[in-house]
Design a protein around this ligand. Structure first.
Ligand code: NDP
Length: 399
């Protein structure tokens, strides 16, 4: 039986905590976050296990250490914000606790999606005999595990990877983001970036797009974004000649985003307002709907997967693997929308993979470095069934 501490009490945390409660391998669960009331609300929505709660400022390493030493979890799941990653990794090292997160560290004043800050912990985790798993949501997360599964079972070499992420749901609100608005808008307004023939290519934000067909959904305009898993996948799969990430946006969403940007409301530098420094994006976050509040009326599906090209037994191979997730079904089951659901389920299962030994080894790992089989065997029954089509023609022109 294992003990687990979850940090953060937003939409993703709700799913993680529900799924941990459903896994018999975890018997003691502590949910800690900045606002105790939000932890209590999640704990009260779970009837199968008693969930302990605590107030915690995760930026404060001594405070986190104290809580870790009192509760003594086997693993900490970080579903707070990327700003807390390093502080939580430090606390885990000091307390001798394994670590897992779903998004890479970002300095608050610099929206850079890079693994270098967290990869720098490799030696310390290795020497402490502890495991740190980085980016175990859906993307990053399952997309890397899908790629590792494809490489293990269907390719000798992968040459092209296109990750495709579609949200075809509707929540009835004029403009809202599906996860933390601040993190989401920082990500989308960055220049697009992809890897091709040994180089990183940068293009203006949302300037490359094409229509892609998604299963059970149909054609959707999809926009090239930089997404953090590209960095680790290119590093760990050296045969890749091209790696890209595509996400769907509706025209209305893009128009709102354009207006917000033109007004300066997505800026992350402080603006003086009558003597008080205000960061426009933080103010905007306060004004936008809380992503978890979208869940009750959300309908439609998400579809996230990977299109791959490469070689198997000396012959060209094409392959597509994906999961579709229904917003309303996710809400019925755990009271969350599909974006939180597709992130929280892999995080809970990743933590199980560490405590049951399947992924437990000293060091800092991205998910594609780990054996995909035990994870792929269980993720379907935990709520995210996957489908693969060997020989599926890629919707993208060859590199
Ligand atoms: P929310 O904003 O809904 O939740 C974040 C939670 O973290 C809130 O409860 C917040 O507290 C808490 N928090 C923030 N700062 C601190 C702090 N200093 N100490 C303690 N708690 C803190 O975000 P989501 O649930 O939507 O997202 C959670 C994480 O999941 C994010 O890092 C996001 O980037 C990642 N994500 C990953 C995806 C993937 O597929 N890999 C997809 C979607 C999200 P309070 O309640 O007080 O605000």
């Amino acid at each position: 039986m294992a003990r687990v501490m979850v940090v953060g009490a937003g939409g993703v945390s709700r799913v993680v905590t529900h799924k941990l409660a459903a896994l018999e391998e975890f018997d003691q669960i502590l949910l800690a976050s900045r606002t105790l009331e939000r932890c209590n609300r999640i704990a009260q929505s779970i009837s199968t296990k008693s969930i302990q709660t605590a107030q915690l400022d995760a930026d404060d390493v001594p405070e986190t250490l104290k809580l870790l030493e009192t509760f003594r979890p086997d693993i900490l799941i970080n579903v707070a914000l990327p700003y807390q990653d390093l502080a939580l990794m430090d606390a885990c090292l000091q307390a001798g606790v394994h670590y897992l997160d779903t998004a890479n560290y970002e300095p608050p004043d610099n929206p850079k999606f890079e693994y270098r800050w967290q990869w720098a912990y490799q030696e310390r985790f290795f020497e402490a005999g502890l495991t740190a798993i980085l980016g175990c949501g859906f993307d990053p997360g399952v997309t890397g595990i899908f790629t590792a599964h494809a490489l293990k079972h269907h390719f000798d070499e992968i040459h092209e990877l296109d990750i495709v992420d579609c949200n075809a749901g509707s929540h009835g609100r004029a403009f809202a983001t599906n996860f933390n608005p601040e993190i989401n808008i920082r990500e989308i307004t960055q220049p697009g970036r992809y890897y091709e023939k040994g180089e990183w290519v940068t293009v203006p934000p949302l300037s490359m797009h094409q229509s892609i067909e998604y299963p059970e959904i149909g054609d959707r305009e999809s926009y090239l974004l930089y997404h953090e898993e590209l960095e680790s996948l290119v590093k760990h799969i050296p045969t890749l000649k091209r790696a890209r990430f595509w996400m769907t946006f509706s025209q209305s969403y893009l128009t709102y985003l354009d207006v917000l940007q033109n007004l300066g409301l997505t800026r992350i530098d402080p603006v003086d307002y009558e003597g008080t420094p205000v960061i426009p994006l933080k103010l905007l976050k306060k004004l936008l709907p809380d992503p978890s509040s979208l869940a009750a009326n959300y309908t439609g599906q998400t579809s996230i997967g990977c299109h791959l090209r490469g070689i198997k037994n000396g012959k060209p191979q094409q392959y597509y693997i994906y999961n579709n997730c229904d917003h309303a079904k996710a809400y019925q089951e755990v009271g969350a929308q599909a974006i939180s659901y597709t992130t929280g389920v892999p995080a809970a299962l990743g933590a199980l993979m560490v405590v049951n030994g399947a992924w437990q080894k000293p060091g800092v790992f991205n998910v594609e470095q780990l054996d995909p089989d035990p994870f792929m065997q269980r993720i379907g029954s935990l709520g995210l069934p996957w489908h693969e089509v060997i020989g599926h023609p890629s919707p993208f022109a060859e590199v």
